[in-house]
Design a protein around this ligand. Structure first.
Ligand SMILES: *Cc1c(COP(=O)(O)O)cnc(C)c1O
Length: 354
């Protein structure tokens, strides 16, 4: 029996996608073999690969002067690849809004002069800080933000205007959950395992000039131009993860695309936040003004009671409600694939527990 899975990632996937993948597991179409067993340089795989790129372009309204790359190594590899490729003046600025943006900053600091433009560490990352755009250095190679903070449950409602300086966004846990204006960014990246598809694929959306002007004194594999020039087929891509991603993107399109998914996500998150705001024992952790639509950290304020909740919830069919190991407490990740009924059922259970 499938249960409601509130994991932060790898995360729940649409049941219809899993069922279709199961039907196609041993033989894809009339190919006589599974997707996993065929060459990445032959049809039908190449068709799937190109469909994923065009579905991402369509669903995210990616302008034609951006490349969509299907890479590996997770968002964590991008923490390193971005400074390696984009460093010209050897300088980048970071908005620190939690663990992941902190890691992006530390990794970049190995490669260039990384500085903190703004941080909400003082308030335990419970909100997005004011961003002093006047402090953006005119010779910074880029400004980095994490648009949705998976662990502390905050999200940017407005993005800073960085002018001519490329804005880089880690969208690992927020991509495809709400409409974004891609043209405001120089580069967007996301590990697939939160809100795109299964683990193993990393999506990078990068403006053409950043590909063209990227550093050439890097190993070929670590240059964006290598992958951009080869349609992300320079070497063997994670073919099965890309196939699964195609099914997930088709599912999202059937739901009415990102516009409609955003409406569903807003209403879905509201159900949980409304309950948390009124609850006698639970409270949300993130500041009201910057609450995430995807990751909802909360707590009873009592460690033992939090643990008891996780245990009883698991027994009742609600899995993975522990907070991140770094911060403790509780967290419900409610990505696109989590149905509204899942959140309604969770709230009913929380009322009973209360
Ligand atoms: C999960 C996550 C990461 C790390 O992703 P990996 O693919 O495991 O490297 C980075 N940034 C954010 C915002 C995340 O949620």
């Amino acid at each position: 029996m499938r249960i409601y899975n509130f994991s932060a990632g790898p995360a729940t996937l649409p049941l219809s996608v899993l069922e279709r993948a199961a039907r196609e597991m041993t033989e894809y179409g009339n190919a006589g073999m599974s997707i996993m067993e065929m060459s990445h340089r032959a049809q039908p795989y190449e068709g799937i690969h190109n469909d994923v790129i065009s579905l991402l372009r369509e669903l995210l309204y990616v302008p034609s002067n951006y490349k969509i790359l299907l890479l590996q190594g997770g968002a964590s590899q991008q923490f390193a690849m971005i400074p390696m490729n984009l460093s010209k003046n050897g300088k980048a600025q970071f908005v620190i809004t939690g663990e992941w943006s902190g890691r992006a900053y530390k990794e970049a600091a190995r490669v260039l002069d990384a500085s903190v433009l703004a941080s909400s560490e003082e308030i335990n990352f419970s909100a997005i800080p004011e961003i002093p755009v006047e402090k953006i250095s005119p010779d910074a190679d880029y400004v980095h933000i994490c648009t949705n903070n998976t662990i502390c449950g905050t999200r940017f409602r407005e993005i800073p205007d960085t002018g001519k300086i490329p804005l880089v966004g880690d969208m690992s846990s927020g991509i495809l959950s709400e409409i974004v204006d891609v043209s405001k960014y120089g580069l967007i990246y996301a590990g697939a395992q939160k809100n795109i598809g299964p683990a193993g694929l990393t999506v990078v959306i990068i403006r053409d000039d950043l590909v063209e002007n990227g550093n050439t004194d890097l190993p070929a594999f670590l240059q964006y131009r290598t992958h951009a020039g080869a349609n992300s087929l320079y070497n063997t891509p994670p073919t099965y993860a890309i196939y699964m991603t195609k099914l997930c993107l088709e599912w999202l399109k059937e739901q009415g695309g990102v516009e409609n998914m955003q409406k569903i996500n807003e209403a879905k998150a509201q159900i949980l936040y409304e309950f948390l705001d009124e609850s006698l024992i639970f409270r949300g952790i993130a500041d009201n003004s910057h609450r995430s639509l995807m990751n909802v950290p909360f707590t009873t304020g009592d460690e033992a009671k939090d643990k008891q909740f996780v245990k009883e919830a698991a027994a009742a069919g609600f899995a993975n409600l522990s907070g991140h190991r770094l911060v403790g407490g509780l967290r419900a990740s409610i990505y696109n694939a989590m149905p509204t009924e899942g959140v309604e059922a969770l709230v009913e259970f929380m009322k009973k527990f209360q």
